[in-house]
Design a protein around this ligand. Structure first.
Ligand code: C5P
Length: 245
């Protein structure tokens, strides 16, 4: 698998309500940011045009719609998503092994499919909250769901940067880890519970980090993105020195 450049490893979450807002951010950030995430808020309001606008600006899209349904419906949703040419798409691992396997098969039929990720445990979950819905500890659940997704033929997982090292140790390097729940040392945690800095996320084994509010709410968003990319570069340099790249 070709490794992304440090610039490509930062995915900025465009959690905004309108295409007009999105366009403003793409224009402002795309000289520095090469990957954007389109999620439920923007996609529900404005649909495919938001993905097209990012592709047209020369950047790539992580289409974060977290599909969770019966296998046939998930496969159909992914086929539709793939026509928009995102580089990453995702489904919920909790949809189960049969649905995951069907989704992976569906993507393999395409000539240039996006990479397919399974969301393990959302980064806004704390240990206590996860127990409250009847699941075990975070590490055990993330490990179990990751193993299930890889066995089903998916390309990787979405997990918190705190679990990335554990997943690398258990499952090796030949799959993608994408981590939201990333907060530079100077930023607010907001509603995210299982967080690390960009430097630690990459050092722990994340391929891509997703950052939303710390960039969009910053006084100088473009400079903030640049600072995050500098942290990613430092972490990549550390990994190279340690022979982990
Ligand atoms: O603003 P913030 O950096 O917290 O944004 C994180 C983004 O990553 C949000 O768009 C959220 O939907 C997404 N995400 C997440 N946890 C996951 C998967 C996606 O926070 N497990």
């Amino acid at each position: 698998m070709k490794k992304p450049t440090p610039e490509e490893r930062l995915i900025v979450a465009l959690d905004v309500p309108t295409a007009k807002d999105a366009q403003k951010w793409i224009k402002k950030l795309s000289p520095v940011v090469k990957r954007f995430k389109v999620g439920m808020e923007l996609f529900t309001a404005e649909g495919p045009q938001t993905v097209t606008a990012i592709n047209t600006a020369g950047a790539r899209v992580f289409l974060d719609l977290k599909f969770f349904d019966i296998p046939n419906t998930m496969a159909g949703a992914l086929r539709s998503a793939a026509t928009l040419k995102p580089f990453l798409v995702n489904v919920h691992a909790l949809a189960g092994p049969a649905a995951l396997a069907r989704c992976a098969q569906e993507m393999k039929k395409l000539k240039t499919p996006p990479k397919l990720l399974a969301v393990t445990v959302l980064t806004s979950f704390s240990e206590q909250e996860l127990k409250r819905i009847g699941l075990g500890g975070v590490d055990a659940t993330v490990t179990k769901l990751c193993g299930m997704a890889l066995k089903a033929g998916l390309d990787g997982v979405v997990a918190s940067p705190r679990e990335a090292a554990l997943l690398r140790k258990k499952f090796g390097n030949d799959f993608l880890i994408v981590t939201p729940g990333v907060r530079p040392a100077w930023a607010d945690a907001n509603d995210q519970k299982r967080i690390t800095t960009p430097y630690d996320a990459i050092r722990n084994g994340a391929d891509y980090i997703v950052v939303g509010r710390p960039v969009l709410d910053a006084p100088d968003p473009r400079e903030t993105a640049r600072r995050i990319i500098d942290e990613i570069k430092e972490a990549c340099a550390w990994k190279k020195k340690a022979g982990r790249i």
